[in-house]
Ligand binder design. Structure first.
Ligand SMILES: [Zn+2]
Length: 323
């Protein structure tokens, strides 16, 4: 049974704040993406980081003593216990005060372990402070590689400098890793390049909760980072693997958006596959990106899915690049 508790904020307040604080907390709304293209000064990445301090964090209490923090960047999973807290993803550094108080409301256990689902800043920006509090960081080899070096993301028009030493995962793996903590088993698995070339899934085996990172955006068109190995075909492969793996009982934690289940994952898979088919067919006919966008290939979902991080045009552009 899923028991959800929001701390200090009602669902309505949360929704009301979506246009600014929450959207920035999750990453950035479409309006912000659009604005950064025409405005000099702080860009999307800086704005997302700055906005994190005023973001609203809500908590989704799942089963097996596992909670999800939403609103501080990518969705953060927390497993407290005698071995210290384990966090899946670190959120924005600017959300530290709010993350700290939210974690304290869950339990008094110190923060001892951090796993990154991939290298993106909305999932790793908090690595340094969490490490300074005592967290040992574990991630895929390519997460360490990107955090250790200067990395350009064309889709965000931003070049990330190497992260400070404390933010770099001390331990990495290539394919699979199993961790035993707080009396339970956590199974990690690499996807092969999908959203980036560093994506992993995190399965809390006993609670049967699967954090799939940014291979799944629940209710928002996804960002696909071609600069570090992502592609629409990789996203589809990872999503298909998720659909096959996930059972009716499993709880699925996306990188962004509300906690979901198999049916929502299958809907998202169909959305990716259908959009790819339409865009590929039109591109093959010689149509330009603007001409394809004008045919509105994602019209059925644009009102709901296109108002968050990526507009319909952004998403169609990401698909167009890979077909
Ligand atoms: Zn990401």
């Amino acid at each position: 049974m899923i028991n959800r508790v929001d701390y200090g904020i009602s669902r309505r307040q949360f929704l009301a704040s979506t246009s600014f604080a929450s959207a920035i907390g999750l990453l950035a709304p479409h309006a912000l993406f659009a604005r950064t293209e025409s405005v000099s000064g702080p860009g999307l990445v800086e704005k997302a980081r700055t906005g994190a301090a005023s973001a609203t964090i809500t908590v989704d209490r799942l089963r097996g003593n596992i909670s999800i923090l939403l609103g501080a960047g990518g969705n953060i999973a927390v497993l407290p216990g005698r071995d210290g807290k384990l966090l899946i993803d670190a959120g924005f550094a600017g959300a530290r005060p709010k993350i700290t108080s939210t974690l304290a409301s869950i339990s008094s256990d110190p923060i001892k372990h951090l796993i990154n689902t991939h290298w993106h800043f909305d999932h790793t920006d908090g690595n340094e402070w969490l490490h300074s509090e005592g967290a040992a960081i574990l991630a895929h080899t390519n997460t360490r590689k990107h955090l250790s070096s200067t990395t350009r993301v064309e889709g965000w028009n931003f070049t990330f400098p190497p992260s400070p030493p404390g933010a770099i995962p001390a331990e990495v793996f290539d394919d699979e890793r199993t961790v035993e903590l707080n009396g339970t088993t956590i199974a990690l698995k690499y996807y092969a390049p999908a959203h980036t070339d560093s994506d992993i899934s995190v399965h809390f085996v006993d609670a049967d909760i699967l954090h799939v990172g940014d291979t799944f955006w629940n209710g928002f068109y996804p960002f696909i980072d071609y600069s570090t190995g992502g592609s629409i075909d990789g996203m589809i492969r990872a999503t298909q693997a998720n659909v096959v793996r996930v059972t009716e009982k499993m709880i699925v934690v996306p990188g962004h958006g509300a906690v979901g289940d198999k049916s929502q994952l299958a809907f998202y898979r169909d959305l990716l596959v259908n959009t790819r088919e339409k865009v590929a067919a039109l591109k093959k006919q010689g149509k330009s990106l603007d001409e394809i966008v004008a045919t509105k290939p994602t019209a059925a979902t644009d009102a709901k899915w296109g108002n968050g991080f990526r507009s319909p045009k952004d998403f169609i552009g990401d698909v167009f690049k890979g077909v």
